[in-house]
Design a protein around this ligand. Structure first.
Ligand code: PHE
Length: 454
């Protein structure tokens, strides 16, 4: 088998690609409303504890397995535990990525449509019924499919150019633009009269809303938002040089991702508060997907400079979704290239077709296929639910068990410290190792069982 010849060309490029994978729809629409439902700053606090104790160690391990393995998830596990069944964890990861991409591209498609709409000033009438418009759009049998496929096509187009020219270069550009845009939107949002109440809502903790469910939501959100448990970090890490500091990179990506989620909250929540007060109604920031596609268009239509802000915001949403989608598709593409021995172009085409077909079903579940249920859930909700709540935590759990119990401790520490060349204090390396070996498996299992039985 040929080793993937390509690597990331620079540390900055690698960090931007991985941060691009992490920063996505999860940060822009999920985090703000999760926070809204679970006690604002109290949720941030629990989220950060989950992040440091469970998710960061899993991320470090996924990174480590990918870099040491040097292939797609399936072969990486096979190389580290030759001939064993462990490689099926790798296969599960590829499957998870394909499943996530299949519903992710539907929402990605909505962001394409909303960006085009904002360019034609569709969100300038304060009296429009944006809820009806959104419902009408996602329920129609043809349009959303078209946008889903456009989004998936854009994703494939970037990946065809390969790791360096496609993924690395485009992630660097897109993440930089994304940051500039979101800061502009934050400035607009915070300078609206009444915005300060939204900020207070975000940063004053309300512990009365914290329940066991909050911990589950925080863990699920942290896995999803950091892109761990489904082989994206692993695959990207297989393109990383042996000189990089795994621990520092993982910490940096987690920090960047969390910071971005909070910034995205500041772009959205204060604006929603300000406009609600202007209209004399109670602000509602716990509206789920509707927050971005229904509430915000209404908010944009009423704020000064709203037309420009709408374009910037939906462009940011699209860029964030794209950088995540390319990381998901790359997992499937790397698998096809190395295991089925197809060219990159063919692998992209095959991934496009598979995820496109499932994506079409997900998309239709808001319209003609509304009545069709899998285990009581619509096709879209089914894929969303089984990936975020089951496949990612199970993937993360198996990864931690593999790293902690199957890899030798000496090998784990050797890879973490680049063969002793890095100056990582021994207590820190050992803490990470034991978090992975003991705390992460127990913690994830407990939360997971609690979730299944409640
Ligand atoms: N982290 C991405 C987001 O926040 C979603 C994602 C999950 C991407 C898993 C890759 C793998 O939107």
């Amino acid at each position: 088998m040929n080793k993937p010849r390509e690597t990331f060309n620079s540390r900055m490029g690698m960090l931007m690609a991985m941060a691009g994978s992490a920063i996505g729809l999860g940060n822009i629409w999920r985090f703000p409303y999760m926070m809204g439902r679970n006690g604002g700053a109290a949720f941030i606090l629990i989220y950060i504890i989950m992040l440091v104790v469970l998710c960061l160690p899993v991320m470090v391990s996924e990174y480590l397995i990918g870099r040491r393995g040097g292939f797609n998830p399936f072969s990486s596990f096979d190389r580290l535990a030759p001939g064993s069944k462990w490689r099926w964890i790798g296969f599960l990861a590829v499957l998870s990525s394909a499943c996530i991409l299949s519903f992710y591209c539907v929402v990605g498609g909505w962001s394409v449509k909303y960006l085009l709409d904002s360019c034609t000033l569709a969100f300038s009438n304060p009296h429009s019924d944006y809820a009806a418009a959104f419902g009408g759009f996602i329920g129609s049998p043809f349009k959303p499919l078209l946008y889903t496929l456009i989004f998936l096509g854009l994703t494939g187009l970037i990946i065809v150019f390969g790791v360096h020219k496609g993924i690395e270069r485009m992630s660097k550009i897109m993440i930089t633009v994304l940051f500039v845009i979101i800061v502009l939107v934050v400035v607009r949002s915070l300078t609206l009269p009444g915005a300060v109440d939204g900020v207070r809502y975000m940063f004053v903790p309300d512990f009365s809303k914290v329940t066991a469910g909050t911990c589950i939501s925080a863990m699920g959100q942290a896995f999803f938002s950091l892109s761990i448990g489904c082989g994206t970090i692993l695959t990207y890490a297989s393109y990383v040089s042996k000189q990089e500091n795994i621990l520092a990179s993982s910490a940096w990506i987690s920090f960047f991702d969390t910071l971005f989620a909070i910034i995205a909250g500041l772009a959205i929540i204060p604006a929603v508060y300000a406009i609600a007060y202007m209209n004399g109604v109670e602000p509602d920031v716990s509206a789920g997907p509707g927050l971005v596609f229904i509430t915000l268009p209404g908010v944009f239509s009423q704020m000064p400079l709203g037309g420009v802000v709408a374009i910037l915001f939906f462009l940011a949403l699209l860029l964030a979704a794209l950088t995540s989608a390319i990381s998901l598709m790359e997992v499937v593409v790397a698998f096809i290239i190395e295991e089925l021995r197809r060219s990159r172009a063919r692998a992209v085409l095959m991934s496009f077709l598979v995820c496109g077909v499932v994506g079409v079903f997900c998309s239709l579940s808001f319209g003609p296929l509304e009545g069709f249920k899998l285990f009581g859930l619509s096709v879209f909700d089914f894929f969303d639910y089984i990936t975020s709540n089951i496949m990612l935590p199970v993937g993360g759990l198996l990864l931690a068990v593999f790293a902690g119990w199957r890899l030798k401790r000496a090998n784990y520490l050797d890879e973490l410290t680049n063969g002793g060349k890095l100056n990582i204090p021994r207590w820190l390396a050992l803490t990470i190792y034991y978090l992975v070996k003991l705390v992460a498996p127990v913690g994830i299992s407990l939360i997971f069982l609690n979730c299944l039985f409640s």
